[in-house]
Design a protein around this ligand. Structure first.
Ligand SMILES: [Zn+2]
Length: 283
């Protein structure tokens, strides 16, 4: 996959309010790795912590030193997935007492002492404010962070630089995901800082592209059902002709997310077949 860019810079300063340190966890789902952002002119707020790769901690410490910063003032998380939260424990060991917050929602196994963050509850830093925006769909606890000083949005995994977002069977919900995209569309965002991949300068264009992509997929699926396709494997084979077979598991999850949404809307019916894929029909 091309979006695992080995030359992606490990550190960057997109603006004087935002610094970035790469989580050093490249992969098919993470691209070049998870971006962790330091926001503020001093006493920075850290958004996300990567997967807990040991080399990240050294890179992070070296970056702080270069900026003349002793420690992150606080840590906020976009959601509970491992590639965003895995660095919490090592960072707390290195910076004892640093407060960590996320939206606590359907969370079973969080590290101790994580504070709850609500939609709209501002987090103030040095010359910056972060406004958490609850944006479920990829994960039920997902927050984006709006930075009014730049009209910018830290999108976590809602919008990525270089790939589409996975809607997991467990805890994902495509209908909620589309509602979340429409909600951030209404914020008047200009720049996007995604959790994976490069900064996106044309935020309105990218949000529309994401919405259009899902709408196109939905039309394709409805057309295939109209043409007689019945099972997810059949639809994946027909739609994802240009995608390596290794990714067909994720493609199947994506088709399933559409079918679940259409079923909730009463537009398709599912016939569960024991020991075989469900059979789907238009209603
Ligand atoms: Zn995620």
């Amino acid at each position: 996959m091309s979006w695992i860019d080995p030359d992606f810079p490990r550190i960057a300063e997109p603006t004087d309010l935002v610094g970035r340190v790469l989580g050093l966890n490249p992969g098919m789902l993470t691209g070049p790795g998870t971006n962790t952002y330091l926001v503020g002119r001093s006493h920075p707020i850290l958004i996300d912590t990567g997967a807990g790769v040991p080399e990240y901690l050294s890179l992070f410490a070296a970056y702080l030193e270069r900026r003349g910063w002793a420690r992150p003032e606080r840590i906020v998380l976009t959601h509970r997935h491992r590639d965003h939260m895995g660095g919490v424990t090592p960072l707390r060991e290195r910076f004892p007492g640093v407060p960590v917050a996320k939206m606590i929602f359907k969370d079973a196994a969080l590290p101790d002492g994580i504070q709850d963050l609500h939609d709209g509850q501002p987090v103030a830093g040095e010359g910056v404010t972060l406004i958490p925006i609850h944006t479920p769909g990829h994960a039920s606890d997902h927050l984006c962070y709006y930075l009014p000083e730049e009209q910018a949005l830290f999108t976590g995994d809602l919008i990525l630089g270089g790939s589409t977002t996975v809607i997991p069977d467990e805890d994902g919900d495509l209908g909620q995901y589309l509602d979340s995209l429409r909600r951030v569309q209404g914020l008047g965002v200009r720049r996007i800082y995604p959790a994976h991949g490069p900064v996106i300068e044309d935020a309105p264009g990218k949000i529309q592209e994401y919405l259009d992509h899902r709408m196109l997929r939905e039309r394709q699926i409805l057309e295939m059902l109209g043409g007689g396709a019945r099972t997810i494997p059949d639809m994946v084979k027909a739609i994802y002709t240009d995608v390596p077979v290794a990714l067909h598991g994720h493609a199947a999850m994506s088709v399933h997310s559409h079918l679940k949404k259409l079923k909730q809307e009463g537009r398709v019916a599912e016939e569960v077949v024991p020991g075989a894929p469900s059979r789907w029909t238009l209603r």
